[in-house]
Design a protein around this ligand. Structure first.
Ligand SMILES: *[C@@H]1O[C@H](CO)[C@@H](O)[C@H](O)[C@H]1NC(C)=O
Length: 272
């Protein structure tokens, strides 16, 4: 009986230590939860409507393609009918795609970099409401609200047309002061391409970054366009600086025709 009493006395420090340990774990967990705030330095409002106009969206599947840069794949983001409607909206208005000109560049000096034709269409110009509902779905998928979006740039790449590798961010040193920056890009493929026409990320996973990369070469991670599927990638790092690895381009179409709806997403509310 005496030894039982001794055992009981010995237990108290163990229980005390166990409690301390438990409290330390709880404390550490909370510290981590709050310290994660440092990863959201880019000011983005997080309140977006959970439903599209017709209330149908509750779940949007996606797959991570890469963390360097951050690229996500969203299969079956739009229906065949929606893709066809967007193509029909754009077709009569297509014009040769332009490039944002760097200081010192002329239209002639960059005419072979981007050979597609395209048109900008805003939700206001679309009476059917289709663009608005796709933008609402993008807002749900990306958690960046619609007022950060530029208009859709709908592009057509015919045989051999392409877009050499480039960054979507507009570096103030090269393009002049910017009110806001292109935080991310959302590409919705409106057609499947039989051969070629992939979206390429030559610097994905930090490959080809030794300075030897030829900006016309179709290499690195490549995404094959499939009608209705979308990709979403970040051009900025979480701290707001340019993610050099987000360099991307459109490989030449070898067979078929490529249609894509591009949306640039700003880090702040955006006015045209
Ligand atoms: C932003 O983050 C990158 C990668 O972690 C780092 O290399 C860079 O120095 C940071 N820039 C600033 C201004 O904090």
């Amino acid at each position: 009986m005496r030894s039982y009493g001794k055992e009981k006395k010995l237990r108290f420090p163990y229980v005390f230590m166990a409690c301390c340990f438990f409290l330390a774990i709880i404390g550490f967990t909370f510290f981590n939860l709050f310290s994660q705030r440092i990863f959201s330095e880019i000011p983005i409002r997080r309140s977006v409507n959970q439903e599209t106009r017709d209330g149908s969206v509750s779940n949007i599947p996606f797959q991570v393609l890469s963390w360097k840069p951050r690229i996500f794949y969203l299969p079956n983001f739009a229906t065949k009918q929606q893709c066809e409607a967007l193509i029909n909206m754009a077709k009569p208005k297509l014009k040769p795609s332009l490039l944002a000109q760097k200081i010192g560049e002329t239209a002639e000096s960059i005419q072979n970099v981007r050979t597609s034709t395209g048109v900008f269409i805003s939700a206001d110009e679309d009476e059917s409401g289709l663009i608005a509902s796709i933008e609402e779905k993008i807002a749900i998928a990306t958690r960046v609200p619609r007022d950060h979006y530029e208009s859709f740039n709908i592009l057509r790449y015919k045989l051999r047309q392409k877009y050499d590798s480039h960054h979507d961010v507009l570096d103030p040193a090269e393009y002049g002061a910017q009110k806001s920056q292109r935080l991310a890009s959302f590409l919705l493929y409106l057609s499947s391409v039989e051969e070629g026409g992939e979206t390429m990320f030559p610097f994905e996973d930090e490959r080809n970054m030794d300075g030897s990369y030829d900006y016309m070469k179709c290499t690195g991670m490549r995404v094959k366009p499939r009608r209705g599927d979308a990709i979403f990638f970040y051009n900025l790092l979480p701290n707001g600086t340019i993610d050099e690895r987000s360099l991307h381009g459109s490989c030449p179409v070898i067979k078929g025709e490529k249609w894509v709806a591009t949306k640039w997403i700003r880090d702040q509310p955006y006015e045209d």
